[in-house]
Design a protein around this ligand. Structure first.
Ligand SMILES: Cc1cc2nc3c(=O)[nH]c(=O)nc-3n(C[C@H](O)[C@H](O)[C@H](O)COP(=O)(O)OP(=O)(O)OC[C@H]3O[C@@H](n4cnc5c(N)ncnc54)[C@H](O)[C@@H]3O)c2cc1C
Length: 487
């Protein structure tokens, strides 16, 4: 499938391989500077892991897994603004936590308080924790923010560190675990302490808008697969979908990109914006050596590139029963329940009660088996929403991505490659590269912009950078957490 491009302004040809958010963001940054950009994506639609599938019942689009960004995701939000898609998201400062005993806490941050004090009303509202546990959580956040990056030991996981500073086991289980697993997509027992500190400092602590939830109002397929794609085409990007790159060869005339069809495309620069295993198979000889954790390996302390699974359980009921747009179920198998806003468009009379349950770091859950997992989820939903018991389940689907996000284990930041490769015409992007961010939409967009900066430098187009800075830290947050490291 070929989408017609506009006339380019500068005769430098850049080929971007991979139409996930990293590739799309690189395409946006480079087309803005007038380069001739071709984007090659092997799937039918761009968007990569931030994708949707066709609802089997209505034919509308349903996200393979609900995605949520945060106010701190400055590059992602900037791209959405540039492309006119920011109104496809809404901001929510309120989170609903439902404790194991059914206690429902509706907690909001207060944007009129300076950061990090804006968090106190939210933390104090966590009714499923005792007063002592809430105080311990506030203290734990302060301790984590106080830790200077140079003192973050490589070998320590967040779970071990929290236990070592005396966080009560229940505070870890009922607060730290759900928060970190949702933010980082990895178990607290495996996750690097530096990544946890980033979540606390940049995601909550530093700025009163950092922790705002930014939630899509439409399906990701519509936003990225159609909206962002059409916007790029309108800016002259040549988007080709359903084409697989099989080989990249570099010689003195520049990179040659071979497609599965036998076609060969020449370019001045290439941005390889595919997942790490694909990048190794395409340009492995140009990358620094980094260990890959074999799928299913039990190693838990090695610094290696490996994925962490996320499972989404899609449930089509014949009537709605969720009385909130989203809720965190603490201490349950179901971690986060969503009733997406776009679901009302997808709904039909037979299944007006679509909802989605998201389970991050779902390794243990996968061992349960699909039918048993469904049973467990239904039981949990019926416990907290008794009306679910009288709703009929019309259809269900369990979607697991075994390598949904990069597993941010201790030491992994030392081996995440930068965008630079051994060939100055070949640049790397993707949420798994060294961005300083975990695998997120922000990490992916930032990586695309870093790679775009590299391409521009290679073309002699240099500054200014295509990146935007992080949210500024408040004075109080700076006193506690220190100044932001310059990236
Ligand atoms: C289940 C799940 C839940 C998530 N939840 C969130 C969330 O709530 N918030 C958040 O911020 N992030 C979330 N993420 C992470 C986010 O989706 C990713 O970080 C981001 O989309 C990665 O973008 P990318 O461009 O780096 O990689 P990808 O999206 O993987 O894009 C790579 C692209 O390259 C293409 N490709 C691969 N090989 C070739 C080839 N040979 N030729 C041509 N094309 C090729 C692929 O088809 C793909 O489209 C989630 C991810 C998953 C899977």
């Amino acid at each position: 499938m070929i989408h017609a491009p506009h006339q380019p302004a500068i005769e430098k040809r850049v080929v971007i391989i991979g139409g996930g958010l990293a590739g799309l963001s690189a395409a946006a940054a480079l087309s803005a500077r007038g380069l001739q950009v071709t984007l090659l994506e092997m799937r039918r639609r761009v968007g990569g892991r931030a994708a949707s599938f066709e609802d089997p019942l209505s034919g509308g689009l349903v996200d393979a897994c609900q995605h949520v960004a945060m106010g701190c995701c400055t590059n992602f939000l900037d791209l959405m603004k540039q492309s006119g898609l920011e109104n496809d998201f809404y901001r929510d400062r309120t989170m609903v936590f439902i404790g194991p005993n059914g206690v429902r806490s509706i907690c909001s941050t207060q944007p009129w308080l300076p950061a990090p004090l804006h968090l106190l009303p939210m933390l104090w509202g966590l009714g499923h924790l005792s007063m002592f546990q809430r105080a311990a959580v506030v203290w734990g956040m302060l301790r984590l923010a106080w830790l200077r990056p140079s003192r973050l030991s490589d070998a320590k996981t967040t779970g071990k560190w929290l236990a070592s500073i005396g966080q009560p086991a229940e505070a870890i289980r009922l607060f730290w675990q759900p928060v970190m697993e949702s933010a980082l997509g990895e178990s607290i027992d495996l996750v690097d302490l530096a990544a946890a500190r980033k979540v606390v400092v940049d995601g909550f602590f530093g700025n009163r808008h950092a922790s705002d939830l930014v939630i899509p109002k439409k399906s990701l397929g519509e936003i990225f697969g159609v909206g962002l794609c059409d916007w790029l085409i309108g800016r002259g990007v040549h988007v080709r979908t359903s084409v697989t790159v099989s080989k990249i060869e570099c010689n003195e005339t520049g990179p040659k990109i071979s497609l599965g069809t036998g076609e060969i495309i020449s370019a001045d620069s290439v941005v390889v914006a595919v997942p790490w295993k694909r990048a190794v198979s395409l340009v492995g000889d140009l990358l620094p050596p980094f260990p890959l954790l074999p799928q299913g390996s039990a190693a838990d302390q090695e610094a290696c590139l490996s994925g962490s699974p996320i499972t989404a359980v899609h449930l089509w009921f014949d009537r709605p029963f969720l009385d909130v747009p989203h809720a965190v179920l603490v201490g349950q198998v179901s971690q986060w329940v969503f009733r997406p806003e776009y679901a009302s468009e997808v709904d039909s009379k037979q299944h007006s009660g679509y909802c989605q349950v998201v389970i991050s770091a779902s390794r243990n859950v996968l061992a349960i088996g699909r039918e048993q997992l469904l049973e467990k989820i239904l039981e949990e939903l019926q416990t907290f929403w008794p009306k679910a018991a009288s709703a009929n389940l019309v259809d269900w689907r369990i979607v697991t991505d075994p390598t949904a996000v990069l597993s941010v284990r201790p030491g992994v930041d030392r081996i995440r490659p930068t965008s630079v490769t051994k060939n100055s015409a070949v640049h790397l992007a993707g949420d798994w590269t060294a961005t300083g961010w975990p695998s997120t939409m922000e990490g992916a967009v930032l990586s695309g912009r870093i790679a775009a900066d590299g391409v521009l430098a290679q073309c002699g187009e240099g500054a200014p950078t295509t990146r935007v800075p992080d949210l500024p830290r408040s004075l109080l947050a700076t006193c506690i957490a220190g100044r932001r490291a310059l990236n």
